[in-house]
Design a protein around this ligand. Sequence first.
Ligand SMILES: C[S@@+](CC[C@H](N)C(=O)[O-])C[C@H]1O[C@@H](n2cnc3c(N)ncnc32)[C@H](O)[C@@H]1O
Length: 440
Amino acid sequence: MRGLEEPGRRPTATPCGCVKPALETGNLLTEPIGYLESCFSAKNGTPRQPSICRHSRACLRIKKSIFNNPEHSLMGLEEFSHVWILFVFHKNGHLSCKAKVQPPRLNGAKTGVFSTRSPHRPNAIGLTLAKLEKVEGGTIYLSGIDMIHGTPVLDIKPYIADYDSPQNLIEPLGEYNLQNNQNKPKMVSQSDAKTDSCAQQQLSECEESQPCSRTEEKPKCSEHRASGENDMQHKDTAKIQQRSPRHRERADVGLESRSGQGLSVAEEQIGPCRLEESFSEESADEWPRRRKEAAVPQGGRMEGQPVPPHCPPGMAGAAHSSVVPAWVREAPVATLEVRFTPHAEMDLEHLSSEDVGQASFKYFQSAEEARHAIEAVLSADPRSAYRRKLCQDRLFYFTVDIAHVTCWFGDGFAEVLRIKPASEPIQMTDSVESLVSLGS
Ligand SMILES: C[S@@+](CC[C@H](N)C(=O)[O-])C[C@H]1O[C@@H](n2cnc3c(N)ncnc32)[C@H](O)[C@@H]1O
């Protein structure tokens, strides 16, 4: 059998030495489909993962140079609740990166770049799962984002739990089917099984408990939002997920880092543990040692724990869970308590009052939302490991929407001292920078 040719060996350089973009060799000259307008103006204070701040908002207009009719490209997207956003970390400064990085959440410990969500990677590409608030013409509105203003966006893909979450993968039900004299075993992925899986019955709003079957019959209860009668169904399903024992189990083992906020819509939909897997960015020096003993299925179910009723054993085991090392849930960085000084409280009130003749919030719908966002950002401790250790007494600043926030960090808490109107308007990326070359 002929092996794959190593792409790097193929001639990709032109006589002048320039790298010639060629799809075949993975040298891709990308053109952003648009630039994000985000409530975060700079890296400082921008959440490290989208799950941190559900009120963080952004919008993306698809460029006309990509599609004459941008709205055509978004057709059907409104049926999805969440989207993957692929983007360029355009503010990384330089395109070099190290094999080992020190993610802030690991407080200075090093780990391999590919076990993290570090922005400093060989190809400066970011991946964020955002909530899709609405689609209007050629523009999408997002929330729960971790990208800064002006971020070049390369692609949008719908989030489909059936494809994107290992919990939703289905294995043959041979043993079960034989025992129950049901249909022949069949290797099915969620994509063709739609929703007739036992796992989904567990999470869906079916009142009757039914054995899993692999028939072609129409699913009675679907959480497949894209499949038609989506909106109401989806919401109901989310409620049921919260009620189901399986969901509770997940919530119980969830990382308590959401600054006391209620579950975000994303969490309601896909469960906090799953979010942790997608959004956690870090590792510890000691993790390879601990890995085997401490790896935890994402569903939170350890060996010996009860399996959901009505599912054959094979359906509920670790084969259907994703696994993360324990440090993901037990990161050595604590969640902080967030306080506002009376002065900061007054500032926030002032900022949101309409009678002072200043710009009102562009992304937040109320002062309360702004407050929640500030709390969410700070409770996750946005400081780098370096700042945490060496600049302990320094003030920390960040801008979110029109609020320029000044705060400081004490032992286990962050205190907001001032909130002033942001002085500089957010600048959009220069169109000259719009072509981003990926690959070597
Ligand atoms: C840790 S990364 C994770 C991004 C994405 N969720 C991922 O996993 O690929 C998020 C951080 O990247 C930084 N960031 C966001 N947008 C950026 C951009 N356009 N250029 C450079 N850094 C950016 C911010 O400091 C933010 O806290």
